[in-house]
Write a protein that binds this ligand. Structure first.
Ligand SMILES: *[C@@H]1O[C@H](CO)[C@@H](O)[C@H](O)[C@H]1NC(C)=O
Length: 149
């Protein structure tokens, strides 16, 4: 195939890939049992951060969300997902959502950006080598809250 016949295909690929890439085209794997820090911007424009354990089980929050496998791409340990990928962006979204009582995915005022950043992790996490075995921790609500400033 010559370059001129191939170029339109490259262009088509770029057009498909760019909307995903604009948000956050990166997948960083996390290890179950390790410590990780979630950082997000809340609806008041403050930067919030919270350090917790990957795969921790916070149970449910007041918004009815299920947080039994924090960091897993997908709800809790068993919500619909493409395998069991644990990534930084999925951890950030879980932690943000737990504390901010998030709902509505990308439209949530506090955690919508974190949701969008986790979309490529959700799709590609296992392909990118972030798949692990789910832990089976009992539910323990966190004793500390995020720091926001
Ligand atoms: C989430 O809900 C809990 C329980 O109703 C409440 O204490 C907490 O302040 C809420 N968090 C936010 C960020 O609104």
């Amino acid at each position: 195939m010559t370059w001129t016949s191939f170029a339109p295909h490259i262009l088509a690929l770029l057009l498909v890939a760019v909307p995903v890439a604009v948000v956050d085209a990166s997948v960083t794997c996390l290890t179950v049992g390790s410590s990780a820090t979630a950082t997000w911007t809340n609806s008041a424009g403050q930067t919030c951060s919270f350090t917790g354990v990957v795969g921790s089980n916070y149970g449910t929050n007041s918004a009815g969300g299920e947080y039994s496998c924090n960091g897993r791409c997908g709800a809790g340990c068993s919500g619909a997902a493409l395998g069991n990928a644990y990534t930084q962006d999925c951890f950030t979204h879980d932690i943000c959502s737990y504390f901010e009582n998030a709902s509505g995915g990308a439209s949530d005022a506090n955690c919508g950006a974190a949701f969008e950043a986790a979309e490529d992790d959700f799709l590609l996490g296992v392909v990118d080598g972030c798949g692990q075995t789910n832990p089976s921790n009992s539910a323990v609500a966190p004793s500390t809250s995020p720091a926001c400033s």
